[in-house]
Design a protein around this ligand. Sequence first.
Ligand code: GLN
Length: 495
Amino acid sequence: MKPVHDMGVAELAAALKSRALSSREATQALLDRVTAHQALGAFLHVDAEGALARADAADAQIAAGQAGALTGVPVAHKDIYVTADMPTTAGSKMLAGYRSPFDATVVARLNAAGTVSLGKLNCDEFAMGSANENSAYGPASNPWDVSRVPGGSSGGSAVAVAARLVPGVTGTDTGGSIRQPASFTGITGIKPTYGVCSRYGMIAFASSLDQAGPMARSAEDCALLLSAMSGFDERDATSVNQPPQDFHAQMLAAREGATAAQPLKGLRIGLPQEFFPAGLTADVDAAVRAGLAELEKLGATLVPVSLPRTELAIPVYYIIAPAEASSNLSRFDGVKFGHRADKYDDLLDMYKKTRAQGFGAEVKRRIMIGTYVLSHGYYDAYYLQAQKLRRMIADDFQQAFAQCDLIAGPVAPSVAWKHGAGKDDPTAAYLADIFTLPGSLAGLPGMSVPVGFGEGGLPVGLQLIGNYFKEGQLLHAAHALQQATDWHQRAPAGF
Ligand code: GLN
């Protein structure tokens, strides 16, 4: 049998079910690995004792013949999901020492499915960032090259999977935070259609954009996790009321007219010209084209399409997301949650000192931008204008989907950058979000799938975007690609 850390979610679940290994053994092996690789900064909290107790409960269920698809499989959660049995910080000093009285719905569902949570994963403060360097608890490092960032904001999640510390994790994606770190670390991640996963208990950044999703090594592993995480939740007013979905079955379902050699026969993949601009680095371009060539071999046809407002997605997102953040983050006032300044003169001074101490620089920057664009006199010029453009960006996708089934392109314009590279110019990282933001603004499902390596042997992800509720189609295409190639199985040297 392979070492535990070499097994993905599906493989490990099968080994547990056959009782070739117990969940306690798997959990202990991975806990040891988490300790050995602490320097990567993936975890903010490890709950060894709780994990072993959960593993024992899972082993009892397996012994009783009641194992589900995920029973006993170790996972870990981005520290933006509130958890009753572990602290939750959202990567912020503001929430140091905070304990939630309840579990986020996504966490509760994965617990109910029998997964064994090892702990909470590092992330950018309140999920604002693209490098995990905005975490108040220190950065996380990319296991492919520890002098590089893992991407963000779900950086700790990506590192945990890429370094084989845990086979599957949760992330969140507001403007690319599942797809971009997945791309930077050579793993697979999916952000479903807005509304497919409940946002209840997911600490809010930009509520009209925030969406939960799984990150793992393969599309198959993501499909298993997403089936357990998703579904209607009456506690989230934007949760889509549709019957529970079996994404694994959807992933496996054969296309009409498909053959064994050409499982993607007839699938039209649109390539937006705006996703292949002159400034795209040659290594990313080459890897993405290699992935597309594989999809063609599997029967897909590539068709040119256009998303003419792609560049506008950056200003539109960086108006709407801070606007919503400035409102959401007003709840951190020193009264209701977390940190409160030690010394202050009066109530106003308490608010000021608490927020000045508790929030990091990027969060403050966004609160200021958001407050500004929502203020009387600027609302029409910025916020309202951005909302109108958001609708037009979504309409552009519908025009494109008239000619294709899926859209493909790069996830990010480059491979993972060096630690500290974004320090002097906070807005430079905003520009690197160009390919993930349009789909986020439209609320569409998107994936990152490894398609090779660029500069310095660093991973490159192919982005696949589907129309609303086409997660099954996305996973099907990604799975077909992964059956034919092994990019997703490569591990960083030493891991
Ligand atoms: N990089 C983007 C930002 O900083 C996206 C973050 C996210 O998806 N949570 O806002």
